[in-house]
Ligand binder design. Structure first.
Ligand code: ADP
Ligand code: ASP
Ligand code: MG
Length: 422
C-alpha cells in the first residue's frame, strides 16, 4: 500500500462540478488500495476576492485578521470536498491546518513551518478514511493564532505533510499538464518537461514561474520528497521534480530547462552617490531595515567630473514605497542626489543546469533580444540562470523570442484546462 499526498489547486476546485470531479479521482486512488491525504486550496480566485474585500474595508488590514479571513477560503473547499467524497461511499474527514498539526512561526502572511504533528491525519488514515487538509494555513503555539504561509502556500502544506507522513509521492494537481518550458498562458508553443531537477525548478520558481511555490520546492529538496506535477483535468503523465545525486545523469541534461517572466518587480535608482567606500553598505543597510527582498544590483562607473555614481536595484513592487521612504529619510547622511522609482520593468530569466558546462548562452540570449529590438537594462547571473530586465511592455515578446532562439518550442500548442491566470 502506498501513501499518496495529492494537492489540488484553486482552479481544480473552482465550482461544485469541479469538486465532484476531483472527489471521483480521489476515490479512485483510495479504491486502488492507497492511503490518501488531500491538501486543497480555496475555490477558484476566492483568496484574491477575500483580499480585495479586506482592502475595500480598510487600506491596511491587520495581519492577524487578514489571515483569519483568508484561511476561510480553504475551509470552504475542504468541507465541500469531504462531503463529496463521502457521498461516493468512501469515508473522508476534513481538517484545518491547526488540526492537522501545521505549526508555524508567528509571521502573519508569510509564516514558516516549524513543526508538523499530523496525529489526527494519521489516525484518520489508520481508520481507512481519506484525510482532507486545508492548504496554506498553520497555527502558532506562542500567540495561539492562525497564520498563512504566503500566496501559493498550499504547495508547501502538501510537501510538509508528505515529508512528515513519509509519503511515497506528493502529487500537485493543477490546470496545466505539468511544468512547461515557459508559462503556457503566455507562450502557447511551450513544451511539457518530463523531468526537471529541483535546482532548476527552484530557479524557475524564484524567477516568477508560479506553477510551484518556491518554498515548497525548497522543502521537498531538503526532505527528499518526490514532487509530481500533473493536471487534474486528464490522466497525462505530468512532470517529475527530481533530486539527482551528485554527478548522476548529468550527461543527458538539456542545456535549457525553461524561460520565466516576472512583472512583479520595480527598480529603484539612487542617483549621484559619492563614489567612496562604505556608501553601498550604507544604502543596502537602509534597504534591509525596511525588510525589502532585493534582487539585481547594478552600480555605474562614476563620472570623473563629479566623483559620483548611480546604484540601481530591483525589489518587489509591494516593497517599493516603504523602501523609497526609508532611503529618502537618510538622503543627507548618504549624500545622494535623487531617487528614481520605475515600476514598468519586466524580468526575463533563462534557466538550465547545462549552462554550467556550455559557453555562449549569454551571447545567444543577448543576440536574440537585440534582433527583436528589445533593450536590456540590467543583467544578473547565477551558475544556472541568466536574468535581464527590460521594459514591462516588451516582456511577452522577449520571452517568446528567447524561447524560440533556444529551440524550446513544441510541435503542438500547450493546453490550459482552467483557471483565470489571476
Ligand atoms: P493552482 O491553482 O493549481 O495552484 P497556479 O495558478 O498557482 O495553480 O499555477 C499554475 C499556473 O502556473 C498555470 O496555469 C500557468 O499559467 C502558470 N505557470 C507559470 N510558469 C509555468 C511553467 N513553466 N509551467 C507550467 N505552468 C506555469
Ligand atoms: N489559496 C491560497 C492562494 O491563492 C493558497 C494556494 O492556493 O496555494 O494563494
Ligand atoms: Mg499555486
Amino acid at each position: 500500500m502506498s501513501l499518496i499526498v495529492q494537492k489540488y489547486g484553486g482552479s481544480s476546485v473552482a465550482d461544485a462540478e469541479s469538486i465532484k470531479r476531483v472527489a471521483k479521482r480521489i476515490v479512485q486512488t483510495r479504491k486502488a488500495g492507497n492511503e490518501v491525504v488531500v491538501v486543497v486550496s480555496a475555490m477558484g480566485d476566492t483568496t484574491d476576492e477575500l483580499m480585495d474585500l479586506a482592502h475595500e474595508v480598510v487600506p491596511l488590514p491587520s495581519g492577524r485578521e487578514l489571515d483569519m479571513l483568508l484561511t476561510a477560503g480553504e475551509r470552504i473547499a475542504m468541507a465541500l470536498l469531504a462531503m463529496s467524497i463521502k457521498s461516493l461511499g468512501v469515508d473522508a474527514r476534513s481538517y484545518t491546518g491547526s488540526q492537522a498539526g501545521m505549526i508555524t512561526d508567528a509571521q502573519h502572511g508569510s509564516a514558516r513551518i516549524v513543526d508538523v504533528t499530523p496525529g489526527r491525519v494519521r489516525e484518520a488514515l489508520d481508520e481507512g478514511a481519506v484525510a482532507i487538509v486545508a492548504g496554506f494555513q498553520g497555527f502558532n503555539r506562542v500567540t495561539g493564532d492562525i497564520t498563512t504561509l504566503g500566496r501559493g502556500g498550499s504547495d508547501t502544506t502538501a510537501v510538509a505533510l508528505a515529508a512528515a507522513l513519509k509519503a511515497d509521492v506528493c502529487e500537485i494537481y493543477t490546470d496545466v499538464d505539468g511544468i512547461f518550458t515557459s508559462d503556457p498562458r503566455q507562450v502557447p508553443s511551450a513544451r511539457k518537461i518530463d523531468r526537471i531537477t529541483s535546482e532548476e525548478m527552484l530557479e524557475l520558481a524564484a524567477a516568477g514561474a508560479k506553477v510551484l511555490y518556491i518554498r515548497a520546492v525548497e522543502y521537498a529538496r531538503r526532505h527528499g520528497v518526490t514532487l509530481h506535477v500533473r493536471s487534474s483535468f486528464n490522466n497525462n503523465e505530468g512532470t517529475l521534480v527530481v533530486n539527482p545525486v551528485d554527478g548522476e545523469n548529468s550527461v543527458e541534461e538539456p542545456l535549457i530547462a525553461g524561460v520565466a517572466a516576472d512583472l512583479s518587480q520595480a527598480k529603484i535608482t539612487v542617483a549621484g552617490v559619492p563614489d567612496i567606500p562604505g556608501k553601498a553598505a550604507q544604502i543596502f543597510t537602509i534597504v534591509a531595515s525596511s525588510n525589502a527582498n532585493i534582487d539585481m544590483i547594478v552600480q555605474n562607473v562614476s563620472a570623473a567630473a563629479t566623483g559620483r555614481t548611480d546604484i540601481s536595484f530591483t525589489l518587489p513592487k509591494t516593497e517599493g514605497s516603504a523602501t523609497i521612504a526609508a532611503l529618502e529619510a537618510q538622503r543627507e547622511s548618504v549624500g545622494f542626489e535623487m531617487l528614481q522609482y520605475d515600476d514598468q520593468i519586466g524580468k526575463l530569466s533563462l534557466v538550465g543546469a547545462g549552462m554550467r558546462t556550455n559557453a555562449g548562452v549569454s551571447a545567444k540570449l543577448f543576440t536574440a533580444l537585440f534582433e527583436s529590438g528589445i533593450n536590456i537594462e540590467m543583467i544578473s547571473t547565477s551558475e544556472i540562470r541568466i536574468s535581464v530586465v527590460t521594459r514591462a511592455d516588451t516582456i511577452n515578446d522577449a520571452v517568446r523570442v528567447v524561447h524560440s532562439a533556444f529551440d524550446l518550442d513544441g510541435d503542438t500548442p500547450a493546453v490550459v484546462h482552467g483557471g483565470t491566470g489571476r
